[in-house]
Design a binder for this molecule. Sequence first.
Ligand SMILES: [Zn+2]
Length: 254
Amino acid sequence: MGFYNTEALILKARDWGEADRLVTLFSRDKGKLVAVAKGLRKPQSKLRGGVQVLSRSELMLHTGRSLDRITGSQSIHGFDLGDSLDKLTCGMYWADLLDRILPEREANPPIYELAMKSLAGLEASDSGRFPLEAFSLFFEWNLINLMGYQPCLDCCVLCREPLEPEREREFNFSAGEGGLLCRSCSPGTDGRVRLTAPTLAILRRWSAISFNHFNRIAVSPASRQEINTVVESVLLYHLERDLPSRGFLNRLGG
Ligand SMILES: [Zn+2]
């Protein structure tokens, strides 16, 4: 294969050997991959600027036997979230989540666009007044849908009976079954997540709108809590492991 160029978001970088770093990148046209940046920790390295975490970069790589090697890098945009610790923690969590959820070397341009738009929205947000927790949940919800994990919210996932937020007040949700369950399919509440009608209405709307319209839908603290539980249960079900970096959401609260 030899040399190739790609645009990518840098998700993670960790030290490797004496002076190298292993870089996890999310390439727009190649998907997630781990590449080595040789000599990156030397002060004179020319690669530095383009391989910072949360940088959107143009990279040149060379195909290797086990790992590809980054031979050139130029930052297109380094997302600057440094004006608020919460924003930075949120951006780092998204990078960690993308790293864990994306399969290796499978391009997914819609998720790449989602990451770019979300990070740009996060960067531009006014840290004191912005509903950061709801925005992060909106990012996760979009990501879940684009990964193909979209839960069934129109009807009972088992018997297909339609479920209307106008008629019922409360619903049971099961990540394992893949969506809502009607009362006869879910007589108890063991292992179920409770979802009230207003929250269900928000999630249905969230599935249908773009980032530009996020602010038009108000989310009450109670609904935010319910959405948090739903999203967490779906992520845990599909990732089959904990997401320690997600803990910051619970800390944000208000
Ligand atoms: Zn049912």
